[in-house]
Each structure stands twice: as structure tokens, then as C-alpha cells.
Design a protein around this ligand. Structure first.
Ligand SMILES: [Zn+2]
Length: 164
């Protein structure tokens, strides 16, 4: 479910993701960070291109946003991601002090290859964080976002499963 302007920004995140093409093998993830109604970062994952195993869309967007505003904290900002952030990106969201995380497809709507742990749902990290000023909402344009990725029962070649 999208609230307020969330749909507009999630559509931008989808466009950013699609700039990698539409092949789920390229893991098209997009992330947009918005502060005071303005986009301060819009990035896709760049792990292969850089190459950098930590260059997930959210990590790249947090880096660009902090550089752009010249602050290490992004208080009051909303981070939009086409897919539920992984553990690394969820922790980075907590450390960066964003105020909201909004994602499209949830971990149960895509193949397990996009997540590092069998049972740890990153929503639990947010719920357990010392911060009590961070909100997370899933399911904004969930179907469109899930369409970017391998489905839960897809027969994905093992060499494409980045979490193994
Ligand atoms: Zn990630």
C-alpha cells in the first residue's frame, strides 16, 4: 500500500531499477531517497559494474545522499526501494537515520536468492532497533515491483543465485 506521494517516488524507483534492463538475472533494484519533497539520491545496484559486493541500490543511494547534502545523517528522509532491503541495507538505513523506509515487493513475493538468511526477516531489525523514530512500510506497488524479480518458485540457475 502506498501513502501520500509514495506511489510517485516508488514509480521513480522502478524506473531507476529498469534502467538496468528487464532481465531479473541482472537484479534490477532501484532506490530513491526523498527529503523535503526533493530527490536527493536515485541509484540502482551496481555490484557487478563496480565491482563491489556492497553496492546495493540502497547503499549507493545512502552514500550519494550523504555526499549531496554534506551530512552523515538523513533525518526526515524517506528511502524508497523496489525490494525489501536486505540485512546490510536495513542496517545502513538504521545507521543513516532515515525516518521512513518504503519498499515494494516483500521477501515472500520474490525468490530467496535476494536475501542472505533463511529465517531472519529484516523487519525484525527495524522493530529491534534502539531508534524508535523509524517507520517501515511494505507493499507499495508490490506487484509491479515483484515483476522485476524472479518469482519464489522460479528455477534459477545456481550461478545466478548471489546469496549462495
Ligand atoms: Zn541490500
Amino acid at each position: 500500500m502506498c501513502v501520500g506521494d509514495d506511489e510517485k517516488w516508488m514509480r521513480m524507483a522502478i524506473e531507476v531499477a529498469r534502467s538496468k534492463g528487464s532481465d531479473p538475472a541482472s537484479s534490477p533494484l532501484g532506490c530513491v531517497i526523498v527529503l523535503d519533497g526533493k530527490v536527493i539520491a536515485a541509484e540502482r545496484n551496481q555490484t557487478q559494474e563496480l565491482p563491489d559486493a556492497t553496492a546495493h541500490a540502497e547503499m549507493m543511494a545512502i552514500r550519494r545522499a550523504c555526499e549531496g547534502i554534506g551530512e552523515m545523517e538523513l533525518r526526515g528522509a524517506t528511502l524508497y526501494s523496489t525490494l525489501q532491503p536486505c540485512g546490510m541495507c536495513t542496517m545502513a538505513s538504521i545507521w543513516s537515520k532515515v525516518g521512513r523506509v518504503v519498499y515494494g515487493a516483500g521477501r515472500n513475493e520474490v525468490h530467496r536468492m535476494y536475501f542472505e538468511a533463511r529465517h531472519v526477516d529484516t523487519l525484525h531489525f527495524i522493530a529491534d532497533a534502539y531508534r524508535d523514530d523509524l517507520e517501515i512500510h511494505g507493499g507499495c506497488l508490490a506487484d509491479e515491483c515483484a515483476g522485476l524479480y524472479y518469482s519464489p518458485d522460479a528455477d534459477v540457475p545456481i550461478e545466478e543465485q548471489g546469496n549462495l
